[in-house]
Each structure stands twice: as C-alpha cells, then as structure tokens.
Design a protein around this ligand. Structure first.
Ligand code: PGA
Length: 252
C-alpha cells in the first residue's frame, strides 16, 4: 500500500525558537492520532534543522531540508551539500520547488544533478514539478509536466523510486489561495503515474506517493485527498499554523 504523506514546507519562515514551538505544538496534537500509514514531515530552514530534529525525537514527525547543492563539497559559498545534511541526521530533502526554479534559476537539468547527488548520499527526495498559469491556460499542462519528469527523472533506475516522493504543485496555485480542483489534481496525478508506468513499470508507478501542493488548507484538504491518485499534500502557508497543519493531517 502506498504511504500517505503530509509534508509542511516552511520556506523562509521561523527561527529556532519558533521552530521548537511549532514542532512541539504539532507533536502534542498528533500524539493521540493513530495513523500508521501516514507520514508527517516538516521542512524548516537550514538553520533550524538541528533543533527541529532534536524536538521531533520520539515522535511521528520527520524533518526534511528544503534544498541542497548538487556538488559534493568545495568552493560554493553559502551552499549546503547532501553530505552536510546527512551529517546532522537529515534523511529527506525537497528538490525542484517552483520557487527555486523561479527565483534561483534552477532548471530540470540542474535538478536532475541534485537528485543524483541526493540519491548517492542516501537521501530521500520530495521532487516538485508543475506548470505555470499560461501553460495551464493553453492546455499545455500535461505536456509541460511530462517534460519536467522526463528531464529530471528518466535517467534513473526503477529501484531509485524507493527514495522518491513526487509533489505536483501547479505554480498558479502556490501561495495564491487558488487551489487546483480535486479533478484537476486527479487528472495530473493519474497522468504522472501513467508516464512513470510506461517508463519504469506498473509496480514502480503504483508504489510512488504523489502529493498535491498549492494552497491546501483545512477547508479543502479532505476533498483533494479523497482522489485516488492523490497520496497526500505538500503544504506551505497552512503548515505554519499548528492547528491548520494538524487539521490537514487529520483530513488524510
Ligand atoms: P502553499 O505552498 O500551500 O502556501 O500554496 C505550497 C508549496 O509551495 O509547497
């Protein structure tokens, strides 16, 4: 059975004290839930990772990084490598987020290199992809997503997908309050699974968790999560408020 996953992407929010507070609030609220097949992940800033790991100990909460550099080490001022993440006990990293693509010029090819570096260091990846508003309007969304998947994932082996979680995040729905309809999400998730089935086989495609991200909140989570190919969510804004994040976890 595919794992259900609710992941919170905190982006550039929360210092160390706020991280501790938020993690502990979430931890206390979900300790009474019995959701064995559900993973809960939070991704604070690099600076707060150690403290997040410490505070999440002996709880259901896992801690992920939001990004990493593709090179092993060296003269890359201000960057963090897979190895450095591993050294503090991080096991999961978000790669290919649309904000990285949009504001930091990351493209499919670079993201493919980051994926290789993460896998080489035994890091699990939450790989984000999604179309822009114009591409959706022109009905090119499937074409665009197909090409992102091809460019960043098609060089991998089927077994690599044991360490990959996918997150479909239509760029027009991120932080805008506008959400894809459950039908739009389902259409894309089924398409993605089909693309992966053709390339890597049914078994691999059926075992991959595909999350939806883009303005998920307590009021729409349940409907989106009810779709067959939606295995959870990558949550931005709503993951910064313990009550909302916990409500989304309950919705799954
Ligand atoms: P949002 O962000 O929930 O604030 O739209 C989602 C994301 O960027 O992962």
């Amino acid at each position: 059975m595919r794992k259900k996953i609710v992941a919170g992407n905190w982006k550039m929010n929360n210092g160390v004290q706020e991280t501790e507070k938020l993690i502990n609030e979430v931890k206390d609220s979900i300790s009474i839930l019995d959701q064995k097949n559900v993973r809960v992940i939070v991704a604070p800033s690099f600076v707060s990772l150690t403290s997040a790991l410490e505070n999440a100990k002996n709880s259901k909460i896992e801690v992920a990084a939001q990004n990493m550099h593709q090179e092993k080490n060296g003269a890359y001022t201000g960057e963090i490598s897979a190895e450095i993440l591993r050294s503090i006990g991080i096991k999961t990293v978000i790669l290919g987020h649309s904000e990285r693509r949009q504001y930091f010029g990351e493209n499919d090819k670079l993201i493919a290199k980051k994926i290789d570096a993460a896998l080489a260091n035994n890091l699990e990846i939450i790989f984000c992809f999604g179309e822009l508003l114009d591409q959706r309007k022109l009905e090119n969304h499937l074409l665009e997503v197909g090409s992102q998947l091809k460019n960043s994932l098609f060089h991998l082996k089927a077994e690599d997908f044991k360490n990959i979680i996918l997150a479909y995040e239509p760029v027009w729905a991120i932080g805008t309050g506008e959400t894809a309809t459950p039908e739009q999400a389902q259409e894309m998730h089924a398409f993605v699974r089909n693309v992966l089935a053709n390339k890597f086989g049914e078994k691999t495609a059926n075992s991959i968790s595909i999350l939806y991200g883009g303005s998920v909140k307590p009021s729409n989570a349940e409907e989106i999560f009810s779709k067959e190919d939606v295995d959870g969510g990558l949550i931005g804004g709503a993951s910064l408020i313990a009550e909302d994040f916990v409500a989304i976890i309950k919705a799954i």
